[in-house]
Ligand binder design. Structure first.
Ligand code: TRP
Length: 354
């Protein structure tokens, strides 16, 4: 996975190249707690977050629980889902001593930032967000005001925590552009409070599911991180490929075969064309066998730690509570600066953060 640069929308270069720069960076990323993580998350984002953390950059992971109800009626079994997410982050290598994980519903200051931010953007601008439009269409219901405004809430997550780097997939770029726009507009109107965060575009190929479509929870075509080795073998064996005998790497003409090759490549660091050469006449059967082996080997430690962690919910809740306290400290002080800049700090309530 490489990090690409596009100066037009403030996408960062790989921050590892400059370790002094790394000191000042803070990564803010997030997930909606709608279900367990899968291989697509692992390859696409999780491994990348762990890498950034291990480069010495502070990583904040927002569990975006309020975002669950942007496109459905109920938040679902949050306690189990959130604990499971925490176990999966930690199992994959997120270290709670260096990174923080917290649900955004427990940090009131960042919700309060939403109000001044909403005043800085027009309804028409919100309606132009292509990701919101796509999510609205996919939900097959009329767009809620929360769906329309959640990118502003996401900007509040990022800016309240003073994130400077936001590792995201392509679909999230409009939200980062909006975050930058809100920071600029706020600064222009009230004086310089916010730094403009940059998107760190993850160029990991979108991992296809076992049916050949994009891997996603809603399609039920995933390899969950928590699947057993046997389940993984069975799922990969049932994955769609094509009828050509020889294995070659051709992302256009042979997307399903290419997908398995890319999964092996991402997990082993070997180029996909080289993996194809090696398998060649072994055909789809050997390709699937190799893919299942590589996935199981790569995830073995993660899966073992995941189960150990899930057996200790008190510990997992403690990690979250710790994260909440740290996030509140930063977000409260950001809100305080915002209120000062706006002239809204005209009355102090005893006991509130000064
Ligand atoms: N909208 C993001 C997603 O669907 C989740 C998210 C919420 C997020 N808050 C964030 C991502 C802050 C980055 C930063 O994946």
């Amino acid at each position: 996975m490489t990090l690409t640069a596009d100066p037009t929308i403030g996408i960062a270069r790989n921050p590892a190249v400059d370790s002094t720069l790394a000191q000042a960076q803070r990564v803010v990323t997030g997930d909606r707690p709608t279900g367990p993580l899968h291989l697509g998350h692992y390859i696409g984002t999780l491994a990348n977050r762990v890498r950034l953390q291990n480069q010495g950059i502070g990583v904040c992971i927002v569990i975006a629980d309020y975002q669950v109800i942007t496109d459905r009626d109920a938040a679902g079994p949050l306690r189990d889902r959130v604990r499971n997410l925490v176990a999966e982050y930690l199992a994959a290598g997120i270290d709670p001593d260096r990174s923080i994980i917290f649900p955004h519903s427990l940090v009131p200051a960042l919700n309060q930032l939403m109000l001044p931010f909403l005043s800085l953007v027009s309804e028409a601008e919100l309606h132009r967000n292509p990701t919101v439009k796509a999510e609205s269409l996919a939900s097959r219901r009329s767009m809620s005001a929360l769906l329309l405004t959640y990118p502003v809430h996401q900007a509040a997550d990022i800016l309240a925590l003073r994130g400077t780097l936001v590792p995201v997939g392509q679909d999230q770029l409009p939200h980062i552009e909006l975050t930058r726009l809100l920071a600029r507009r706020f600064n222009d109107r009230y004086g310089s409070v916010f730094a403009e965060p940059r998107a760190l575009l993850t160029r990991a190929p979108a991992v296809l599911g076992t049916d050949g479509a994009r891997m996603s929870k809603t399609r039920g075509n995933t390899i969950p991180l928590g699947a057993t080795e046997d389940e993984t073998v069975a799922k990969i064996r049932a994955a769609r490929t094509d009828s050509l005998r020889h294995i070659t790497f051709d992302a256009h003409a042979r997307p399903q075969v290419a997908n398995l090759l890319l999964v092996i490549a991402e997990l082993t660091g070997v180029e996909p064309a080289a993996v194809a050469d090696e398998i060649s006449g072994g055909g789809a059967a050997l390709l699937k066998q190799r893919a299942a082996e590589v996935i199981n080997e790569s995830l073995r430690g993660v899966r073992r730690r995941r189960l150990e962690l899930l057996a200790d919910p008190t510990y997992l809740d403690g990690v979250l509570l710790d994260g909440v306290l740290q996030a509140r400290t930063v977000a409260d002080s950001t809100l305080q600066r915002v209120r000062q800049a706006m002239g809204m700090d005209y009355l102090c309530v005893q006991g509130d953060p000064a």
